[in-house]
Design a protein. Structure first.
Length: 377
């Protein structure tokens, strides 16, 4: 292609999930710079920062689409994603979404590079229940992510013959967690599923740490707090040592010991400095942006139909391994990793699974991860 590719970048770099937004923006921008340098194809990233204002996401998507960006890499929360999808559909664009989410969605105008529950929550519970029991306590952010993740958790626990001992919600920026922690102390669950976001999650982890210091039954090794949405870029926001030993499921962790990841981290260090840790949201945004640009060039045009067909035809080399997009759901097949927070404010991977085909509606259908696909070099 001779014209510069215009790709929209839509992330909030302030507000309750600012650390994730900043890392996502950096990852996407880094990917497009690398792609342009390697391919010789001019790329023009167009940025819009909604500052965590839900209505501003719609304005931002509108501005990006009017600026000629048929492809938008962005949004962190499910509320923001759902806000912009109708507009992207109207203008026949593609939204490239790269965060773990609650599932029960598949849209032809969205490419889902973030995991759905059969790629994070279900394997997480399959690991936890035999080791800790099936009597959890559920906490969540008071919006669709928290509601839906906890609804699924209730079903999983019921199917396992267990019992949910409590379920509480907090607004995104609420940090008053004492009443919830007191209820947890009284009910004494076997583990805690944490679907809180940002400052709420950080305050909750610090309070549980103090509870564990008073009562060993609530130490991480006895009653872990487990998450599907806690990332490396957030750990420095938590009180020192407060999250030590707690668990998180993700498709990527910084200390993934593969040659591709080690080479990638070396490039990140050269660009951002040796102290920069790669979070799963940085890796997800990097992967989505690079995949977007690569598929547009391979298709020879930015029309969503052509780009989707190009995506379906191949397996693409990524930080997650060879990545395929399912033509029925537009979701990526992704690996599962379970990480334990260590004293260096990173994650030690304690168990992994190879790429799992996405099943966003939990139909139970088993499809090959990458049937008869060629791997693009």
């Amino acid at each position: 292609m001779t014209d510069a590719l215009k790709i929209g970048i839509l992330f909030s770099t302030s507000g309750p999930y600012a650390p994730m937004g900043r890392d996502a923006r950096d990852g996407a921008e880094f990917a497009l710079a690398e792609f342009s340098a390697a391919s010789g194809q001019a790329v023009e990233p167009v940025f819009f920062d909604p500052h965590a204002d839900l209505s501003a996401y719609l304005d931002g998507a509108r501005q990006l689409l009017r600026a000629g960006c048929r492809h938008i890499v962005g949004t962190i929360t499910s509320a923001a994603r759902k806000e912009v999808i109708p507009l992207v559909e109207k203008h026949d664009g593609l939204l490239w979404y790269m965060c773990p989410y609650e599932g029960f969605e598949a849209n032809e105008n969205v490419i889902y590079v973030g995991g759905c529950p059969n790629q994070h929550l279900i394997p997480l519970f399959e690991h936890l229940i035999p080791r800790f029991g099936a009597r959890p306590y559920l906490v969540g952010a008071n919006y669709v992510w928290g509601w839906e993740m906890n609804r699924l958790a209730r079903e999983l626990i019921h199917n396992a013959g267990g019992e949910v001992l409590g379920e509480r919600y907090l607004p995104l920026e609420e940090t008053a967690v004492d009443r919830i922690v007191a209820d947890i102390e009284q009910r004494r669950p076997s583990f805690i599923l944490n679907n809180l976001i940002g400052p709420s999650s950080y305050a909750f982890l610090a309070a549980i740490r103090k509870l564990g210091e008073r009562d060993p039954a609530f130490r991480a090794e006895n009653c872990p707090v487990v998450s599907c949405d806690l990332m490396e870029c957030e750990l420095d926001e938590i009180a020192p040592g407060a999250a030590l030993g707690q668990l998180c499921a993700a498709s990527y962790f910084d200390n993934l010991d593969t040659s591709d990841n080690l080479a990638f981290k070396a490039r990140v260090a050269a660009h951002f400095g040796s102290q920069r840790r790669v979070s799963s949201v940085f890796a997800g945004a990097y992967t989505a942006a690079k995949l977007c640009a690569t598929a547009i060039v391979a298709a020879g045009k930015d029309e969503p139909v052509a780009v989707r067909q190009t995506l379906y035809a191949s397996a693409w080399p990524t930080l997650f391994g060879p990545l395929s997009i399912d033509r029925e759901t537009n979701h990526a097949a992704l690996p599962f990793h379970l990480g334990r927070i260590n004293s260096d404010n990173g994650f030690d991977i304690i168990t992994s699974r190879p790429p799992l085909a996405a099943d966003p509606y939990l139909t139970g259908r088993s499809r090959p991860v990458a049937p008869k696909l060629r791997v693009v070099s």
